[in-house]
Ligand binder design. Sequence first.
Ligand code: HEC
Ligand code: HEC
Length: 268
Amino acid sequence: MRHVQGRAGWAVKVLTALGAVALGGCAYTSNLTSPYRSQEPVADGPERGRVLYLRDCAWCHATDGSGTGRGPDLISGTNGAAMTDFMLSTGRMPINDPSEPTRLSPPSYNPAEIEDLVAYVSAFGGEGPPVPVVDSEAGDLALGLELYQENCAACHSTTGVGGALAAGPDPFDETLIAPSLIRSTPVQTAEAMKVGPGTMPVFGSETFSDMEVNSIVRYLSHLQRPDDRGGLPLGHVGPVTEGAIGWLVGVGAALVIVRLIGTRVGEE
Ligand code: HEC
Ligand code: HEC
């Protein structure tokens, strides 16, 4: 008995060792590189923006923000405070690999660190807009609805749940998807309009006045908290699910009733 246990023990040890080697091999060959980042918090103060930038951003965007083969420059186009704040507050930056998709995720920095990074990056000279001040209460809901449906719904859908931009060869290609706006904050929404991240067009101050921006933001907050007076929201996807449920539940129920109250040919 002891003998068998001893052998089983060995077999387990050998298999574990082989498993560990195989897993190590996989990790070695996979591309999931992640740069070493010190987890030590950086002390608060005028130096913090610079320290964080050099540690987490410079290897892709260069020490002076002029860009490298791994990331674009942070000076041209609409780059500036609003762009940097948008990228950091939506957790789009930093990424670990230049080919990683940039999407909404929990931010890597707290608001004070973001402010310091924004100040540091802005000093590179990007002339894009400053971080906007938004007052959605000052906006007009009806005007917001009109502007949203005219200018944003084509990409982000009438209910703000997002949608496909174009049919590409890869249906999961992130760059061909307009994201959901359900979690966007008022400031992020105004920033997106002013800087046009990724493939989104820019809606600058010559397109929308502050009042119009406030109205769109107000309407979007309304979309984010709909009161669903009509009943079940069904994911706010719109007429397709509504129609499908209408057919399945409504027409199905009608058929059952017809069957219950009707008689078949030949039945009494
Ligand atoms: C692994 C490389 C990498 C790292 C690290 C990185 N970025 Fe980026 N960054 C990119 C790439 C690639 C893009 C372009 C993304 C796109 O358009 O989809 C980008 C875009 C940006 C943009 C928008 C630029 C534009 O013109 O559209 C800003 C601003 C930005 N990064 C800031 C930062 C900051 C600040 C950090 C550090 C906290 C950082 N990035 C870390 C690769 C990186
Ligand atoms: C041509 C299509 C298009 C139009 C029109 C458009 N957007 Fe976008 N929008 C995008 C894409 C694509 C992104 C994602 C950009 C990225 O992550 O690089 C985006 C991102 C956003 C985000 C950030 C969401 C997130 O995931 O953090 C907000 C907010 C936003 N758009 C608001 C608007 C508003 C408001 C309008 C109308 C004034 C509008 N968009 C018009 C395509 C569009």
